[in-house]
Design a protein around this ligand. Structure first.
Ligand SMILES: Cc1cc2nc3c(=O)[nH]c(=O)nc-3n(C[C@H](O)[C@H](O)[C@H](O)COP(=O)(O)OP(=O)(O)OC[C@H]3O[C@@H](n4cnc5c(N)ncnc54)[C@H](O)[C@@H]3O)c2cc1C
Length: 315
């Protein structure tokens, strides 16, 4: 798949300076690895996004929406797709007009390109609780809905009231929480749909912004204790899903004696065995080789094949 001169001209006419060709994905993922995407597009509003995706369908050019690339591993030869990022103009956060008869309930609406820390800050400053499960998770609202991101405190699906999607045929729909099939780190049945935004149900339960901030700092401090430090290198969070039964992936990798092992510039974090770290000069192939070493070793020792939580994409 290639972009020809006509496609290129159409993309430049549509997006001006908001389109870059042969954009290295290492700059757009938290792992800081990965070859180039065919193009990197930042539509400035919903109308531009709709025109872009409709045109890409007509021209049979494949695309992928990317948030902050906090859960993506792009292979070294890159991604033969147009990468679309919504953080440019589709990132507003505001009170929602949705109502409820529950006392103290408040709804907040966030567009898909809004960053999770900004959403948590918005809620906390207004004395609203209910997003504690998202504290410390990097990425955008769109990525979090797609991944059903979460922590031991809960997951996105627990706080969500509805989400709005742009479907491949250009229609928009807003299913309620009850109509969405959230699973462990996934949302079923919405493959190919673009998350445009979500409404979150929060509570005003009398806690002041300062009290909420103190609670937030406790949660973040606990995360910092158990996770690799930013200075250790780059990662995409937990690499493997926890198996449905039995010990968590990190415990299995640790018990298999793999903490600290390296392949090239990739290392199993000595602080948390379910984090693969790019210590600075890793290629995607180093991370993939380490992933396979971990899967094979854990499988030999415990008879469990670990599945990646990180999405592996590209050539
Ligand atoms: C240090 C660190 C810690 C982390 N800790 C956690 C944690 O505690 N819990 C947790 O769940 N995750 C964690 N993660 C993983 C990551 O933060 C989450 O998966 C997050 O939700 C990814 O968001 P993103 O916007 O970066 O999505 P991306 O990584 O860019 O994309 C993830 C997937 O979502 C799709 N996508 C993105 N936006 C949209 C959209 N608008 N519409 C449709 N599809 C879309 C992408 O195509 C891709 O398939 C961590 C990552 C890091 C780097």
């Amino acid at each position: 798949m290639r972009i020809d001169d006509d496609d290129r001209k159409w993309l430049v006419d549509l997006l001006g300076e908001s389109i870059h060709f042969d954009a290295p994905m290492a700059r757009h993922t938290r792992f800081r690895v990965g070859g180039p995407a065919m193009a990197f597009a930042r539509p400035c509003d919903l109308a531009a996004l709709k025109r872009l995706t409709a045109g890409l369908w007509d021209r049979r050019l494949p695309y992928r929406i990317v948030g902050e690339g906090a859960n993506l591993l792009v292979r070294d030869k890159g991604l033969r797709k147009i990468v679309i990022v919504l953080t440019n103009g589709l990132n507003a956060i505001r009170y929602s007009h949705e109502t409820t008869d529950r006392p103290n309930a408040v709804a907040i609406e966030a567009m898909a390109g809004a960053r999770l820390p900004a959403l948590c800050r918005y809620a906390r400053k207004d004395g609203l609780s209910g997003l504690e499960m998202l504290l410390g998770i990097p990425g955008t609202v769109g990525g979090a809905v797609r991944m059903n991101a979460g922590t031991a405190l809960g997951e996105v699906g627990d706080a969500l009231r509805s989400a709005t999607f742009l479907l491949p045929d250009g229609r928009m729909e807003t299913p309620s929480r009850a109509e969405l099939d959230f699973r462990y780190r996934s949302l079923r049945g919405k493959e190919g749909a673009i998350v445009l935004g979500a409404v979150f149900g929060l509570q005003r339960n009398g806690a002041s912004p300062d009290q909420l901030k103190a609670r937030e700092q406790e949660i973040l401090a606990a995360r910092r204790k158990s996770q690799p430090h930013p200075a250790d290198g780059h990662s995409a969070g937990c690499f493997f899903k926890n198996p449905p039964d039995g010990p968590p992936a990190g415990a299995l990798i640790d018990r298999a004696g793999l903490k600290g092992i390296r392949i090239g510039g990739a290392m199993v974090s000595p602080r948390h065995a379910n984090f693969i770290i790019n210590t600075g000069r890793a290629a995607a192939s180093d991370i993939l080789a380490l992933k396979e070493r971990i899967q094979e070793t854990v499988s030999r020792r415990f008879g469990i094949w670990l599945s990646p939580e990180v999405e592996i994409v590209g050539e």
